[in-house]
Ligand binder design. Structure first.
Ligand SMILES: [Zn+2]
Length: 308
């Protein structure tokens, strides 16, 4: 009888929950259906692997811009786009830069993820790049949505870099360009492959250089199911990811960075890096964790690093 009572209460709770969730949908973060929708679109065959200077890359870019417009995130540069060429073949590439103004000060936190991937092989094999890096782009869009509703202290610049796969070209160009005074960038948070929960672990790279960030990240992770692994940033130790993605040009400019990413997996840079391999529970938890880390950086970094 007791057991039956328990079940009845349990069922009542189950029934009650959906209506509670729907009551105040603004409290739901991240919005799982939007997240999975973005991710599946960006990793779909129709984008043909999003290689720089291809139609699929352009479709991804337009999709990102459309989403930013819909979210009410401002364009940091005209039409959100920063075009550039690189290499001896003068390959064309385009960064997308969105902006949320902070309520105090003129400093910037740059939150970045590359939207290009490696394209196709033999005109039949598509490298979907779901984890690398549709996952990072989608997480950025989700963070932009959150901070649009919850104004940060510092300016947040959402950088969707192009041509990472061709040598971090988008991030390099961004740092060389004059669109933002780099002395005002207090931090870079870079996301590259954040959705594969194969081991339920997420690497945090960069605290070797900025140990003061470690307790802030630990705080963000304290009620999360994901295991954080600090490291892969010590000089002369392998593997070393300090120059592995778009955070490298920031680090070179002596700007504190944190790179979030999962370990390499068997589908890394293979045609099998597809959306169905992603573990939504892990991915959504990773987005939650990263959002909270950014919130904590935003509230504390100025004081810790710059005494303001
Ligand atoms: Zn990548």
């Amino acid at each position: 009888m007791k057991l039956l009572k328990f079940y009845l209460v349990f069922i009542a709770v189950l029934i009650a929950q959906p209506s509670f969730a729907q009551k105040d949908s603004t409290l739901v973060f991240p919005d799982s259906s939007k997240v999975m929708n973005d991710l599946y679109f960006l990793a779909s065959d129709s984008l043909q692997g999003r290689k720089t200077n291809t139609m699929g890359n352009e479709i991804a870019r337009k999709y990102i811009i459309q989403r930013l417009q819909k979210l009410g995130v401002s364009a940091y540069v005209q039409d959100y786009t920063q075009s550039f060429t690189f290499g001896k073949d003068m390959i064309s590439a385009v960064n997308v830069l969105g902006f949320i103004e902070g309520y105090s000060g003129e400093d910037f936190i740059v939150i970045s993820a590359h939207y290009d991937h490696v394209g196709m092989k033999d005109s039949t094999k598509i490298y979907n790049g779901a984890d690398d890096n549709a996952s990072g782009i989608t997480a950025l869009l989700s963070l932009a949505e959150y901070f649009r509703e919850n104004q940060p202290e510092n300016n947040l610049l959402f950088a969707f870099f192009d041509a990472e796969e061709m040598g971090l070209q988008g991030a390099k160009h961004f740092m060389q360009s004059v669109v933002v005074d780099t002395s005002k960038i207090i931090m870079n948070v870079n996301l590259d492959m954040v959705s594969r929960g194969d081991k339920n672990e997420l690497y945090v790279v960069g605290t070797y250089f900025t140990p003061f960030l470690k307790p802030l990240i630990t705080e963000a992770a304290k009620d999360k199911s994901i295991k954080l692994l600090f490291g892969r940033d010590e000089p002369k130790k392998k593997p070393n990811w300090v120059t592995a993605s778009d955070h490298a040009p920031f680090h070179k400019a002596k700007i504190p960075f944190i790179y979030f990413g999962v370990d390499d997996h068997p589908d890394y840079h293979k045609i099998t890096d597809t959306a169905d391999k992603i573990n939504p529970d892990f991915y959504l938890e990773a987005i939650r964790l990263i959002k909270e880390a950014v919130e904590i950086f935003d509230a504390n970094l100025g004081e810790i690093v710059y005494g303001k």
